[in-house]
Design a protein. Sequence first.
Length: 483
Amino acid sequence: MKVSVQRYQLQSVIASLLFFAFGTLSILQQQAWWIAVPFVWVLLPGIIRLMITHTGSLYWLMLIMLPLSTELNITASLGMDFPDELLLMIITGAALLKMLHQPLLFYPVFRSPLLLLIVLHLCWIAFSAMLSTEPLLSVKFLLAKTWYIVPLVLITPLLLRNMQHYSRLAICLLIPMLLVIVQTLVRHGFYGFEFATINKTVGPFFRNHVNYSAMLVCLLPAGWAAWHFTRPTVSYRKWIAAGLCIALAGLIMAYSRGAWLALLTAPLTIWLFRKKQMGSFLMAVLAGTILLLAALVNNNNYLRFAPDHDRTIFHTTLKEHLGATITFKDVSNAERFHRWVAGIRMVAERPLTGFGPNSFYNQYQPYTVPAFRTWVSNNPEHSTIHNYFLLTVIEQGIPGLAILLLLWSALLLSAQKLYHAFQSTFYRTVALITGAVLCMITLINLTSDMIETDKIGGLFWLCAGILISLQLKLKEEQSSLAV
């Protein structure tokens, strides 16, 4: 008792001295935020304890906020997705503290081959960042990548321990997304569901209709699973069906060609998985891509696809938009060609290490070809190349792309293997859905670069975490069957 009193007195004296010191500094520097330092020092132990003991609650809250987050600009050059990115940072800190406090807790996750590939991916990003043309931007990229991977890849397998947890994960994502869809449809309805007004109705949750429709279509398989595994006799099954109908309406009214095509990959993925043909399909896609690039580069054949500068315009109706897509006169696709050509030339300049993560925008203009220039090529939105795989090879070099493709293929092949290995119908379906979502994300990122966004990037790394959790669950199932 005496020791406790002495410790309390010592802490009070230290807190008083800190308050006096930083209060004086605040007055001298005329900076009010200095006065917060002693309060942080006093509250820090409690905050750390709260982070460690309630990591799971923070994780579920982060998933709920994933569809609801919004872009928040802190300064002219610094922004974040609020509040989910803040929650990801906090969970990352909690996970690191847990690793120090309970390292054996993470041992099963550390043994996963998928995690080894993810660590290799991070290590190469760190290496290319050291040789980057934009070092500060590359370090920011590495940090952001880390606080996405740690919670979604490391913490997910620790929290998904039974069927109820997988169901909770789906609910945390689907209900908030459904609320966004409903408000978007209602607001869009006031504009008569016009194609030109869709971007006005998806905010503040999404930057544009492309991001909105991408997340919407990727969550549809989870919605279907929720309906499928709900018994017909359960009363709320009809509400799940109604939610699916609303989501499909939202997808149609989003007017996104990429998301519509992505929806078609779901049945293709199911067929490939059931026939165990995903590996052959991936090899065929890789071979086809190499042959296509060779044909375009040979004798500068790519110049045949140069757009007409004055005919590439933004269309305000869906009919005109689709017509322009078919005839290659849509400005978004024309600008993609403009940046893709620049990107290929950048790869030839620095094929091994790339220009550095997050460096494309500041570096690509000197490599553009005037014949492909459009009236939006000044790029006021600071957007990137609209192909994540090409962006990776530009910024991280050929080894970086090879590691990413190896990781991506391993995720898809693991999902296929898990689908056939499980005896449980529930976990087989989870593996199938995860593979379908990964295939959708693949197609979406052929014409965009959304892995670095919180919505699609979050889903991608969540899929990786789910597959690792399924690997652990499969070992449990096999052990129980052996007994």
